[in-house]
Design a protein around this ligand. Structure first.
Ligand code: MRU
Length: 347
């Protein structure tokens, strides 16, 4: 099968910017269904309910969704700005951990602040749409550059472990961790990707496996508790993951279970790489202890579809992310180059 060099694009603007189509990732891999969004509330729900997920994609969809919704904001400039503020607030309450969401929304806020209070609503709409589209273009370009920097780091052959989905589906296309893998495979490296299934929402089993198989890349799904055994047998040469937020000291928040992978890598002497665009770095946060970790509904752990997995009297916990200390990270791969975690503060 020929390798798809970019991968799926998980959202698209249609109708001249009047409608946002989003691939509903909750339905994958069973069905490819697209949501049609043009209001703030439906965009917010799509993010909260994981129809779209992955740090960069959340930021892109929030920005595009707000710009699309602004078509229906009042023409009075004051009322337009009030509607913008309400939309900004609603979207910023959707998911707390990925900083890309706040970066994207702030870019839109700055674009209309720059235009001054008397600017007519139509010019404000144009500014929002232009800024949102630029944010998306920048994300795709960042992913492609991350791929080039990171592809060179991966071994010429062997197993590469990834966790969650940091692929085309989680970005404007191509992916961060999976972009690195795409670049390495296209340049001739013979990699076998191991995708942790990633309990409880199964982003690895459902999404990473779907997009890599679709794109002609060798992928094997393992249950999360199998990674250590494969490492002990020498079947994994490196691990690469994405990030939701990176603190100034290089601590990395990413999907729950990432920390476990990093500890396993350290024990087995394997490199543990983080691939992320600059929009995932939060310079306002000194260490990972300050990163807000989303607690999701326990139903995600208790049940799988209609099947009940946990007895009702047992409690469950469902933190959606964990923090990997900088000391366990071999390198952070960005569109500006490859950094040791302790270099992030100075970069
Ligand atoms: O809860 P999710 O699916 O949004 O979590 C996604 C992740 O943790 C990804 O690894 C991260 O956002 C990086 S995506 C390029």
């Amino acid at each position: 099968m020929a390798i798809d060099p970019i991968g799926v694009r998980p959202f698209e603007l249609v109708a001249g910017g009047g409608l946002l189509r989003v691939l509903d990732q909750r339905q994958l891999p069973a069905r490819e269904e697209w949501l049609e969004l043009h209001e703030v509330e439906s965009v917010a729900r799509a993010i909260e309910e994981l129809a779209v997920r992955g740090a960069p994609a959340i930021g892109c969809v929030a920005a595009l969704g707000l710009a699309v919704a602004a078509r229906r904001f009042p023409d009075d400039p004051g009322q337009f700005r009030s509607a913008f503020s309400a939309a900004y607030q609603r979207l910023s309450r959707t998911r707390p951990t990925a900083v890309n969401l706040f970066v994207a929304l702030d870019q839109l806020a700055e674009a209309i602040t720059r235009l001054g209070p008397d600017t007519d609503a139509e010019s404000l709409r144009v500014a929002l749409l232009t800024t949102a589209v630029r944010h998306v273009d920048d994300d795709l370009k960042a992913c492609l550059a991350i791929g080039v920097y990171g592809g060179a780091l991966l071994p010429n052959q062997g197993g590469v472990l990834t966790h969650c989905n940091a692929g085309a589906l989680a970005t404007a296309g191509y992916g961060t961790a999976l972009g690195v893998i795409r670049n390495a495979v296209v340049s001739g490296k013979r990699l076998q990707v191991f995708a942790d299934e990633t309990r409880p929402v199964l982003q690895g089993a459902r999404l990473t496996a779907w997009e890599l198989a679709r794109d002609g890349i060798d992928v094997t799904v393992i249950a999360d508790n199998m990674a250590g055994a494969l490492m002990a047998k020498g079947e994994i040469a490196a691990a690469i993951v994405g990030a939701d937020r990176i603190a100034r000291n290089g601590d990395v928040a990413n999907k729950i279970g990432t920390y476990t992978v990093a500890v396993l890598c350290r024990h087995h002497g394997l490199p543990f790489y983080v691939a992320a665009p600059w929009t995932s770095i939060d310079r306002n946060i000194a260490t990972g202890a300050e990163i807000p970790i989303e607690d999701r509904d326990g139903g995600e752990v208790r049940t799988h579809g209609r099947e009940v997995l946990v007895p009702p009297l047992a409690a469950v916990r469902n933190p959606a992310f964990d923090v990997t200390p900088a000391a366990l990270v071999t390198a952070i791969i960005t569109e500006r180059g490859v950094f040791r975690p302790d270099e992030i503060a100075l970069a």
